[in-house]
Design a binder for this molecule. Structure first.
Ligand code: 6PG
Length: 510
């Protein structure tokens, strides 16, 4: 598309890593961009990067704006303004500045940060009448933002109609026939063919909710890979570079994913200072910004089991308690597992079992995430299209993985699928691989190597395939000490009984 007017198509406010790269991506796709940041240096660095990267393109395609008022004046109406500022108070700070500078009621402000979805719902309401507060979560990190992220827009449908062409242009693309990403990382030469990784998610807040669950899955997926690394390094005593080779091989099969690929690459990297593998020189204390935690909290609040996602959040928490772990390591006994006597065949059998375990646990993480979205959608009245959500995660985002194509197909075959593990492909593959999964977990347990995510996923699998769980005893305990009553297996579930456990020992129907 060609804009012959003197005014620009869209603005980006906040030119940190994500905002700068989104602005470059948008301008690569032929849109004229106004750019503003409170830090002048960032504005100039964007403009000079655009010119040096693609000198053949119009040098004015990105217009630096030194304040919000001039940014508003530089835009076609109704205006489209992308916010790429940290979640929380900064979003409201920019909105207040836009109101003061005279934003119009039909202008659209798109929050692309990792905002808490309930804040997004509240913002859409509170800014009503002043401008249209729209949201679009973005996944893909720096490279994704620059050359094609996965975009999860939600909110006002008229705003989406206006934003959609730009979003489809800048999103990552997938080859419709193979379901594989079409990747090209060339400034000024965006991918224009293929299926764009963006879809309207639903009403206000839905996009940020779906992105939050994406991040919960991301936390679990990362931790699973770390547990496999731990088993191969501490368990089998393998060198980082050899583990890299195993991960690279796994990345050719059903475990193919962006996170597996970068993990192999990380493990191959030597430290420029010590010449040891760089990964071994990095402190084992992981940070977090909160989206995994929000996912776990949401799952607890709505009563959706997502233990593997929650365990991934706990794993980061325990990793940060380095001093306490070091102290306890001198107090608590483990086992002296000796894997050095394993034959080559036994070692490679273990690696194969671990590959299957990782696949099964990974499927369970996704199953937890999709069930969580389904339960929240039912509660909120959102009509989420899970085939479309799986589709837009096939490229651009951090959890992109080949097997998202299978999830897409599972939901395309049955949009009302009660649980991902009900889909033939996953029910069959997990049933086939579950023995290998148990072998890997058993070995970890016997070696004293913590695998909270791989093992919690197995407990999840075993819980969901159990028609009977010991909650009968639990319900009896509740009735014993609190007269909480229970239902019987030989009558309607709504009929409640109380047993006088320590007195008359009589059964009373309530
Ligand atoms: C993405 C990422 C991105 C970021 C998160 C998680 O999809 O591009 O999820 O949003 O990595 O901020 O970061 P933390 O690990 O710091 O919570």
């Amino acid at each position: 598309m060609k804009n012959h007017s003197k005014l620009n198509d869209i603005a980006v406010i906040g030119l940190g890593v994500m905002g700068k790269n989104l602005a470059l991506n948008i301008s690569d796709n032929g849109y004229k961009v106004s750019a503003f940041d409170v830090d002048n240096q960032k504005i100039h660095s964007l403009v000079s990067q655009a010119q040096s990267e693609s000198p053949q393109l119009d040098p004015h395609r990105i217009q630096p704006c030194l304040d919000v008022k001039s940014l508003l004046n530089s835009l076609e109406k109704p205006r489209v303004i992308v916010l790429s500022v940290p979640a929380g108070a900064p979003v409201d700070g920019v909105c207040a500045a836009l109101i003061e500078a005279g934003i119009a009621s039909d202008d659209i402000v798109i929050d692309t940060g990792n905002s808490l979805w309930t804040d997004t719902v509240a913002r859409e309401q509170s800014y009503q009448g002043q401008f249209i507060f729209f949201s679009s979560a973005v996944s893909g990190g720096e490279v994704g933002a620059r050359f094609g992220p996965s975009l999860m827009p939600s909110g006002n449908l008229d705003a989406w109609a206006r934003v959609a062409p730009i979003w489809r242009a800048i999103a990552a693309k997938v080859d419709g026939a193979t379901g594989l990403p079409i990747e090209r990382f060339e400034p000024g030469n965006p991918v224009t063919e293929g299926e764009p990784c963006t879809t309207y998610i639903g009403p206000s807040g839905a996009g940020h909710y779906v992105k939050m669950v994406h991040n919960g899955i991301e936390y679990a997926d990362m931790q699973l890979i770390c547990e496999a690394y731990h088993l191969l390094s501490a368990g089998l005593g393998m060198a980082a570079v050899d583990i890299a080779a195993v991960f690279a091989r796994w990345n050719q099969g059903s475990l193919n994913s962006y996170l597996m690929g970068i993990s192999a690459e990380i493990l191959r990297q030597a430290d420029p200072l010590s010449d040891k593998p760089l990964v071994e020189m990095i402190l084992d204390s992981a940070g977090q910004k909160g989206t995994g935690l929000w996912t776990a909290v949401s799952s607890l609040q709505i009563g959706c089991p997502a233990p593997t996602i929650a365990e991934a959040v706990y794993a980061r928490a325990v990793s940060t308690q380095k001093a306490l772990r070091t102290e306890l390591s001198t107090r608590l006994q483990g086992v002296n597992a000796n894997t050095s006597t394993l034959t080559d065949d036994e070692r490679s059998a273990f690696i194969d079992a671990l590959e299957d375990a990782l696949y099964c646990a990974k499927v369970c993480c996704y199953a937890q995430g999709f069930q969580l979205m389904a339960m929240t959608a039912a509660e909120q009245g959102w009509q989420l299209d899970f085939a479309e959500i799986a589709k837009i995660w096939r490229a651009g985002c951090i959890i992109r993985a080949t097997f998202l194509q299978s999830i897409t197909e599972a939901y395309q075959a049955d949009s009302k699928l009660s649980h991902l593990l009900m889909a033939d492909i996953f029910a069959t593959s997990l049933s086939d691989k579950q023995y290998q999964w148990r072998k890997a977990v058993a070995s970890a347990v016997m070696q004293g190597i913590p695998v909270p995510c791989i093992s919690s996923a197995l407990a999840y699998y075993d819980s969901y395939r159990a028609p009977t769980l010991p909650a009968n005893l639990l319900q009896a305990q509740r009735d014993y000490f609190g007269a909480h009553s229970f239902a019987r297996i030989d009558g309607p579930v709504q009929d409640k009984f109380h047993f006088d456990w320590s007195g008359s020992r009589t059964l009373n129907k309530l």
